[in-house]
Design a protein around this ligand. Structure first.
Ligand code: FMN
Length: 228
């Protein structure tokens, strides 16, 4: 039985974008998903559906998206837009800073537009991970249910870490909802909420070692009324 404290799993987790060519078994994937599903959800709605793809099932999705991305690099109409039409500051600055740290580690300059596009396209290969996750939620549900989906995704990330696996959650998969539904043979009622890559990190890749900044406490925590 693997064991890491929650603190250890949180501290050891970071987004990984280069994976080793090492498979993940169905038993291990099932264990992670079953444990992750112990997550809380509002009124216990458990609004998520999670498709864990490997082998030819994953390859089929990758191939079709890559093909379509050639002629349509902006993707399809998302069920849920990744960002608002205008991303205001401080969020826009954080988004830029996040990209800069990643592209620097990858050795891709600001001017290298093709290099940057190439990295975006790697999202649609699940960064070479053995498992690609697609998370959907029924269209009839409300925004609050997205909190539940985020919670199970976080559980998956921490349980993966506890087992020596790494992950990268990917909103980028929301760019291809129609193609995802076509390949998974699922109904239009299922919105594509997120994707994620899961597998064993290639620790030699510099991009897997970047540390993304966090806000100062004063910017986001407001402790009021504490006396001890
Ligand atoms: C909801 C969500 C969507 C994300 N989408 C992407 C994505 O499409 N591509 C990507 O490379 N990273 C993506 N990430 C990873 C974030 O960039 C990363 O979590 C953030 O920069 C903090 O870095 P860390 O995860 O290494 O701590 C996403 C993370 C979350 C939580």
């Amino acid at each position: 039985m693997p064991s890491a404290t929650v603190t250890e799993a949180i501290l050891n987790r970071k987004s990984v974008r280069v994976f080793k060519d090492a498979p993940v078994s169905k038993a291990l994937m099932t264990e992670i998903l079953q444990l992750a599903a112990k997550s809380a959800s509002g009124s216990n709605l458990q609004p998520w559906k999670i498709y864990a793809l490997t082998g030819s099932d994953k390859d089929q999705l990758i191939q079709l998206v890559q093909e379509r991305a050639m002629s349509n690099p902006l993707g399809e109409e998302a069920d849920i837009p990744i960002y608002p039409e205008v991303l205001e500051d401080p969020w826009n600055s954080r988004r830029k800073a996040c990209g800069e740290v990643m592209y620097e580690a990858l050795g891709i300059t600001r001017e290298d537009k093709m290099g940057r596009l190439g990295q975006v396209f790697k999202n649609f290969e699940f960064f070479g991970a053995p498992v690609g996750l697609i998370v959907t939620m029924d269209r009839s549900l409300s925004q609050t249910q997205l909190i539940d989906v985020g919670m199970i995704l976080q559980n998956i990330q921490l349980l993966a870490r506890e087992r020596g696996l790494d992950t990268c959650v990917q909103a980028s998969w929301t760019m291809w909802p129609k193609t995802v539904r076509e390949v998974l043979a699922i109904g239009d009622n299922e919105m594509v909420v997120a994707g994620a890559s899961l597998g064993y990190a290639d620790t030699n890749a510099k991009v897997n070692h970047i540390v993304q900044a966090r806000m100062e406490d004063e910017e986001c925590f407001y402790l009021r009324g504490f006396s001890i």
